[in-house]
Design a protein around this ligand. Structure first.
Ligand SMILES: C[S@@+](CC[C@H](N)C(=O)[O-])C[C@H]1O[C@@H](n2cnc3c(N)ncnc32)[C@H](O)[C@@H]1O
Length: 502
């Protein structure tokens, strides 16, 4: 009985996929040849101004470090005609055929209404009104977009001729250019570091135990770190360990970019959520990580995060000023970069993934006078040879992020939660504690999410139990908060323990 139900589910899903594929091909034909304006100089100039940008490095970035994109588009409470939430997941047809910035609202007492909402800048939305047809809403949106000098529009307004839409224009541009990897030139990297060194990292402390950032998911230094790890865009998150089928991988940013639906959805949110009319490479990279284009566009994609370098720097400044630190799972380099920004003398770390290790080595060459000692191995096997002031890391969460298939990856070597806890987590923590000088601090960025619990993983609980057994004394937990959030419970915890002195 159950088998028959599963079978039906699969047939339905396959049907859905076939339908979206059909529309996808149809759409690809259309966006492959965007129509150019014939005689409207204004529209042509705008299109040209976008198309002449030929290298990702030369596309201006409208996002700035201290401005976050709007999380969700909501109807302003005082202006709307009903209180329903704006749709965040477009259906395939809507995504292609509905004009930008137009959201359908179901009105329980009448026909659907169309709201025009304009993202004038990251996080700044303007409600333009409630309309009976999507076209009316789009025209209102277009008029507003012209005032902001956005280049190519949904519809010609005020007697203009039709031109390519901004969405088509950006789609064609990125299809011909390929994935917008971060720049890799030595000059760009040096400039990024120079800018970062000017930041006042102490400003990240909001109170004694709270650290705050404008955006926890994109923070200063991330772009520099990603520049050394192009393979990070091929990393998938998993949907949790399915007991029979094993973990199901979500599409990576690269896979999302490669599919027409994924790229289209990512470009739409660059424009509509982030208010970035150029769809800069930086914004698009982020949006491709957010989305899951599979099936019916539900759920998130593979948001692979780097530990914020400025937060790491502030922590090092407080707990290991000018000292020696050990990072058992170096990852994307946020803590390595943070060590340089925070004035650490020596950074020792393990990273078993060969590609990530190579990226970290390259990054470390930029960070003189910081002394860097990197080891390409699993930290469960590594004994630190000198005493350290701080042992600070963010370990992998078993198999929730699929960094590589190499055997040295903790989840590949220890494929069950129990084996992973005993074979990786416990020895890694024990070796971190051994490396600490008396009075030194163990600092861990870990959380347990509902999805982890469902697959039998309670990282927070396990870490607390193991560290307690190792005899360390817990200190107040640090919280990493987004600016404007007052509720400490919404922050991400960073746990701190102290090794007894002497
Ligand atoms: C990327 S970090 C976790 C993400 C985190 N936000 C960060 O960058 O700080 C986890 C890292 O642990 C590494 N890793 C996997 N198995 C490991 C092991 N046995 N020992 C040490 N590191 C390991 C992975 O290759 C990955 O780079």
């Amino acid at each position: 009985m159950a088998k028959r139900g599963t079978c039906r589910c699969w047939v339905a899903l396959l049907l859905l996929q076939a339908i979206s594929l059909h529309f996808g091909l149809d759409f690809a034909k259309r966006v492959g040849m965007p129509r150019r304006p014939k005689s409207n100089p204004r529209a042509r100039d705008r299109a040209a101004s976008l198309l002449q940008v030929d290298s990702p490095e030369s596309i201006p970035t409208t996002r700035s470090w201290n401005r976050a994109p709007a999380k969700s588009l909501r109807l302003p409470a005082d202006k709307g005609c009903c209180s329903f939430r704006v749709k965040r997941h477009w259906r395939w047809r809507q995504m292609i055929e509905e004009p930008l910035g137009v959201y359908e609202f179901c009105n329980s007492t009448g026909p659907p209404r169309f709201h025009a909402i304009f993202a004038s800048a990251p996080g700044e939305e303007e409600f333009l009104g409630c309309f009976r047809t999507p076209r009316d809403a789009a025209v209102a949106w277009d008029r507003r977009a012209r005032r902001a000098e956005w280049p190519v529009l949904n519809f010609p307004v005020d007697g203009e001729e039709e031109g390519p839409t901004l969405l088509q224009d950006r789609f064609t541009f990125y299809r011909s250019k390929g994935f917008p990897y971060p720049p890799t030139s030595a000059a760009w990297r040096r400039n990024q570091l120079q800018d970062l060194l000017k930041l006042n990292v102490t400003g990240v402390w909001r109170s004694q135990w709270m650290l705050q950032l404008d955006d926890l998911q994109r923070s200063p230094g991330d772009e520099l770190c990603w520049s050394f790890h192009p393979h990070s865009f091929a990393v998938s998150k998993t949907k949790g360990a399915n007991k029979e089928m094993g973990p199901v991988k979500k599409p990576s940013a690269l896979e999302t970019f490669s599919s027409n639906a994924g790229l289209m959805k990512s470009l739409r949110t660059c424009l509509e959520r982030c208010g970035d009319p150029a769809c800069s490479p930086e914004t698009l990279r982020g949006e491709c990580k957010f989305h899951d284009d599979s099936m019916i566009f539900q759920g998130g994609g593979s948001w692979i995060a780097n530990f914020p370098a400025t937060v790491a720097a502030a922590i090092y400044q407080r707990f290991a000023p000018g000292g020696v630190v050990y990072d058992a799972c170096a990852g994307w380099g946020g803590r390595l970069l943070g060590a340089r920004l925070g004035g650490v003398r020596k950074y020792i770390a393990c990273e078993p993934s060969s590609k990530t290790f190579a990226g970290l080595e390259e990054l470390s060459n930029l960070l003189s006078p910081l002394e860097v000692e990197l080891h390409r191995c699993g930290s469960e096997d590594f004994d630190v040879e000198e005493e350290v002031d701080v042992a600070f890391t963010s370990p992998p969460y078993f198999n929730t992020e699929w960094y590589s298939d190499e055997r040295t990856q903790s989840h590949v070597r220890f494929p069950t939660v129990e084996a992973w806890r005993n074979g990786f987590l416990q020895p890694m923590l024990a070796k971190m504690v051994t490396a600490l000088r008396p009075g030194g601090h163990l600092i861990l960025s870990v959380t347990t999410r509902r999805a982890h619990r469902r697959s039998g993983l309670d990282l927070e609980g396990d870490v607390h139990q193991i560290v307690e057994e190792l005899g360390l004394v817990q200190e107040p937990t640090l919280t990493m908060l987004k600016t404007g959030t007052d509720n400490g419970r919404k922050g991400r915890p960073i746990f701190v323990w102290k090794k007894a002195a002497g």
